[in-house]
Every structure is written in C-alpha cells, then in structure tokens.
Design a protein around this ligand. Structure first.
Ligand code: ASP
Length: 332
C-alpha cells in the first residue's frame, strides 16, 4: 500500500478512534472535503530566514532517506549552528553585552516530548544538547552552567564560538555607545526555527539561536521556551517564531498558532491571527519584528510577520524556495 493511502486510512481511523470530530469540531470539515487531502506524504520542511535554505536541504535529505521528522529538524538546524557566516545562531553568533556567546535552543518530537537549553556557552550544537535533555533526563530545560556540564558529560566539546567577525561587531557596538536596541530584520540576525512533516505524516520542530545581539548577560529569549519559540502537536501541526523574543514569550505565539489550527484555522490564518493578537497587547515600536511559520498535518503551510522583510524557506518534492512572508505592517 502506498504511503499516501496508508496515511489517509490511518488518519481516518485515528480520528474516529480519538473522537476528534466531537472534541474539536473541525474534523467533520476536514473529512468532508471532496478533494483528496493535500497531505504531503513526500515530506515537507519549512524554516525561517535565508539560512533556512541550507538547513532545509540537510533536513530534506534525511527525510528522503527514510529518516523521521525529529532527526530532520535536528540535523537541519545543525547546519546553521555550524556556519560562521550565520551571525545569529551557534558558532559565529553575535555575543551578549559582555562579549560572551550564549545560546538558546529547543526541540520537540511527534510524541509531545520536548527538550531545551538556555544561556548555554561554548557548545556549537545547542539543539543536539536539547535533544539529549529530552531523551536522557526527566526534565525539559537546562540552563547556563548546568546545561554546559550536562553537555560536557555527554561528550560535547568546548569550542570558542566567538569568531573574529563577531568580536569585531561587538567592539564596534561598544565604540558606538554600547546601547542595546532590538533591530528588525537586521543583517540576517535571526533565529532558525525549522518544522518538518515526514513520510509517515509525523511532525517535529527545532529552534536555535544566539538571541538578540549584545543582549543583557543572562537574557533568554523565546527560542528555548516551549510554546513560545516552538510548539508541535502531532495531531494538529507545528509553529515556530523569530524576532523580538520578549513579545513572542508574552503571547506564547507558537502555542497560540497551534491552538488556532486545532480550532480549524489554516496555518496561514493562524499565523495572521497570532500577529494580530500581539498588536492587541503590545506596544509596537519602530524596529520590532516578529515572524511566524506553521505547518499542519495536511501539509499546508503558513507564514506571516509583523513587518515586511521576513523571509522563510520551503523544501518539498517540488523543490526549494525562499519566500517573502506577507506582513501586517510595512518596513517603517
Ligand atoms: N527570537 C530570538 C530571540 O529573541 C531572536 C531572533 O529571532 O531574532 O532571542
């Protein structure tokens, strides 16, 4: 039996068995569609920003070789973490105000498991540490020195993550007055969030960042916070965020998007509704940017930003694309 048929039959009986139609009120609508579900059983990978293109490719290769969604997500974002040219993630990430590179990352699999690290120093692949937190501990999140000890105990090596370019940027920032200011769409300075749907129709996600450049030492953003920077519910879909983490944290943006999808919205509608929601509670300043991407169980995608300039990368059987997300506001 081909993948697609298997998936449709499993989806149908799975929904019947769990009574989804009664509990959430949207399953009837889904199953009443006359067209076949647009299930992308050939795999689908979505990620934030331009550097998502290379990450997607690595994730895609894993899916094409029969790998599962969580492996694809981890190995995909590992590419950005190791790339010194990406100044917002892992090695080469811009440091905090004291010149220390501190990393935040999280991962969620399709069984609802989650792992996360925050304010982790000296480790090139924080998302892989987050995955081990998920798999090997009864905890979800480890931070700072404890996270570093855990990583070293599990064979990760200490690396100097501050590249000469990042050090120079930090020195220039200090010379220019050393004032911290969040900046929208700034020079590729952005988190990678990557969400994937595998051949079995299972969904996972990963998110990893060096956070806002020159942040206050000890600052943690949305990216390692489950429900803020990333959320996955394998029955429904997944969402991930980039931009000013404080705002995403206060509105639990990724969780909100998945809940909107659970209640019947498409990924696109859900991303738009989450951006709309934050405008109701947040003072929007000139350089604030928030971007969301989402996928659902049917292989539909969504992306939306507060301001123009947010790009996201898509990899599917039809190829690889970098797309401009629609936005609520213009650049200014
Ligand atoms: N969301 C990240 C943070 O606040 C930064 C970003 O995506 O640009 O740490």
């Amino acid at each position: 039996m081909n993948n697609r048929r298997t998936f449709l039959i499993q989806a149908f009986f799975g929904a019947m068995a769990s009574g989804l139609g009664c509990r959430y009120g949207y399953a009837t609508q889904v199953f009443a569609k006359s067209n076949p579900l647009p299930v992308n059983y050939e795999g689908l990978v979505l990620s934030t920003w331009h550097h998502g293109l290379a990450a997607n490719e690595a994730a895609w290769n894993i899916l094409q070789n029969g790998g599962n969604a969580v492996d694809a997500c981890e190995k995909g974002v590992n590419v950005s973490e190791a790339d010194p040219a990406v100044s917002s993630v892992g090695y080469g990430g811009l440091p905090d105000a004291s010149g220390n590179v501190t990393l935040d990352a999280c991962i969620m699999d399709s069984n609802g498991n989650a792992g996360s690290v925050a304010c982790l120093e000296h480790i090139m692949h924080p998302v892989s540490v987050a995955r081990l937190v998920m798999q090997k501990t009864p905890h979800v999140m480890l931070t700072g020195a404890g996270a570093l000890k855990f990583a070293l105990d599990h064979g990760f090596e200490k690396t100097n993550l501050l590249t000469p370019e990042a050090k120079e940027a930090w020195n220039n920032w200090k010379k220019s007055g050393a004032r911290y200011a969040p900046a929208a769409n700034w020079e590729n300075h952005d988190t990678i969030g990557l969400i994937a749907l595998d051949h079995q129709g299972n969904i996972a996600g990963a998110c990893t960042t060096s956070g806002m450049a020159f942040k206050h030492p000890g600052r943690v953003g949305d990216s390692p916070i489950i429900g803020a920077g990333l959320f996955v519910d394998n029955k429904v879909g997944a969402a991930t965020a980039t931009g000013e983490g404080e705002v995403v944290m206060k509105t639990l943006g990724s969780f909100l998007i998945v809940e909107f999808m659970r209640n019947g919205m498409s990924p696109q509608q859900a991303c738009e509704a989450a951006i709309q929601r934050l405008t109701e509670t947040t003072h929007i300043h000139k350089s604030m940017q928030i971007g969301y991407i989402a996928i659902n169980k049917e292989g539909q995608t969504g992306a939306y930003a507060l301001r123009s300039g947010f790009q996201y990368a898509v990899r599917s059987a039809t190829g690889s694309q970098l797309l401009d997300a629609a936005s609520l506001l213009g650049w200014e």
